[in-house]
Write a protein that binds this ligand. Structure first.
Ligand code: ZN
Length: 454
């Protein structure tokens, strides 16, 4: 399917059409549907045309094999089972980058593919600023006695968890006429059309937060796609701008809304009624602290809002080191563990809980795989800030179980533009400023400063 679309995109017919239409396109303003459609299509065709179809075929074959071996390596906690595949992935990733000559950093073309317009140098600058601000917060919090999250770790039957989570997102505006939710091992969102966007979730009976927050997270991704205008159906303008902007929506709904105190003012009595034997005697404040527990941990996907970005930055730096040749694949597990020790103060007990935990490098390229998560967190705070400036009543509404003002604001400002703009253009348009660490750090200081009396 990917091979077929690559062949069609690059056979010259679409490029010719775009050439024929270039004078016509000049009559339309930059943000019009017409000019945007031609501009975005041109970009997609140009990017695809750089990479020969024969390379794509080799790469997709390799990726399938590497993914298969990774699953075994992770299950058996044996990095050597996938080391040769990863060496080949690195070679192919470099080769792929070199189809785009003229880059400043070899990672730039790989980053471009996920977060168009971003460069390694820009990201390194913003990440190092973020790291220097996060590390003292993590140190100050982890120097205190850990929060008690035992209330989440009781037995919560699967059926009730699924039903409660679905109730929550329906109230948040998830429309079951255009969406559905199913179970999976690794939660994701997928779309068949603008009117058929589906999400999956997973349930752990001994961890109440898993199903609940992965459901809200995927709902955020789904809202983005469902909010595209019907006119974009089957065009390159449908979907989300970049991995970062997409993640900004899942994280905004999951964290800024779903882990907020006002949100649980509304939903906690319902949660207690669903699980009376587990939660009837647990005060709201105890629950709120439990879902916002900050801890040094090994697994990115389970990390809290404060430490999460440190996990991402480790991966980003290691990708760059691999691509430039500073780090060899065989030394990756040791380099991974060293960074966990220096950045998070914790050493992985196994490669399965270390370098083998994420599928990205083993089922895709090395380069551009992770930065979107942190860019998304930064954008989520910056977008949410802008929404609150325009609608200071949003928290009070959330407290009343009312989400339409925020949902409508996001749809009007972000979702309805589909893929028209780059991430940088979108941030500037919506917030009036370039991407910055300031809104996220202010949010973290306000929220966790209160929780941990910093
Ligand atoms: Zn996501």
């Amino acid at each position: 399917m990917q091979d077929l679309s690559h062949t069609k995109l690059t056979d010259g017919a679409i490029a010719q059409l775009l050439d024929d239409l270039s004078d016509y396109a000049a009559n339309f303003p930059y943000e019009s549907d017409t000019a945007s459609l031609l501009r975005v299509t041109r970009r997609i065709v140009d990017q695809a045309s750089q990479v020969p179809s024969s390379f794509m075929a080799v790469f997709s074959h390799h990726r399938a094999q590497s993914y298969h071996n990774w699953a075994k390596a992770r299950a058996e906690n044996n990095f050597t089972l996938v080391q040769a595949d990863l060496e080949k992935t690195l070679e192919l990733s470099r080769e792929w980058a070199n189809f785009f000559p003229g880059y400043d950093h070899i990672a730039d073309p790989l980053i471009d593919a996920a977060d168009y317009g971003m460069k390694a140098a820009t990201i390194q600058a913003i990440f190092s600023e973020l790291r220097s601000q996060l590390v003292p917060v993590v140190q100050a919090i982890t120097a205190q006695p850990p929060s008690d999250d035992a209330c989440l770790k009781q037995v919560y039957p699967e059926a009730e968890q699924l039903a409660f989570s679905l109730d929550v997102i329906r109230q948040m505006g998830f429309d079951l006429r255009r969406s559905r939710q199913d179970k999976t091992l690794h939660p994701f969102m997928t779309n068949f059309s603008i009117d058929d966007v589906r999400i999956t979730t997973r349930v752990k009976e001994q961890d109440l937060s898993e199903c609940l927050f992965s459901t809200i997270h995927e709902m955020g991704h789904a809202f983005y796609e469902l909010g595209n205008p019907p006119a974009f159906e089957n065009t390159p303008l449908a979907g989300g701008i970049s991995s970062g902007v997409h993640e900004s929506q899942s994280r905004l709904w999951e964290n800024m809304v779903g882990r907020s105190r006002v949100f649980w003012h509304h939903f906690y009595p319902k949660l207690q009624a669903t699980f009376p034997s587990q939660l009837a005697d647990v005060p709201l404040e105890t629950f709120y602290r439990a879902i916002n527990k900050v801890a040094r941990s090994l697994i990115r996907t389970d990390a809290d809002e404060v430490t999460y970005n440190l996990h991402v930055m480790i991966r980003f730096d290691l990708e760059l080191a691999l691509l430039t040749g500073e780090l060899a694949v065989k030394d990756l597990p040791a380099a991974w563990n060293a960074r966990y020790e220096s950045d998070l103060g914790i050493v992985p007990d196994s490669d399965s809980n270390g370098v083998l935990q994420d599928v990205h490098w083993y089922g895709g390229r090395i380069g551009g795989a992770f930065q979107g998560y942190t860019l998304g967190n930064l954008m989520s705070a910056q977008f949410f800030d802008a929404a609150l400036i325009e609608h200071p009543e949003i928290p009070t509404q959330i407290e009343q179980g009312e989400f339409s003002t925020l949902a409508t604001w996001l749809k009007t400002n972000i979702y309805q533009h589909g893929r028209k703009f780059t991430a940088a253009e979108m941030v500037q348009r919506v917030t009036g400023k370039p991407l910055s660490t300031e809104p996220l750090m202010r949010y973290i200081h306000q929220k966790f400063g209160g929780l941990y009396s910093l």
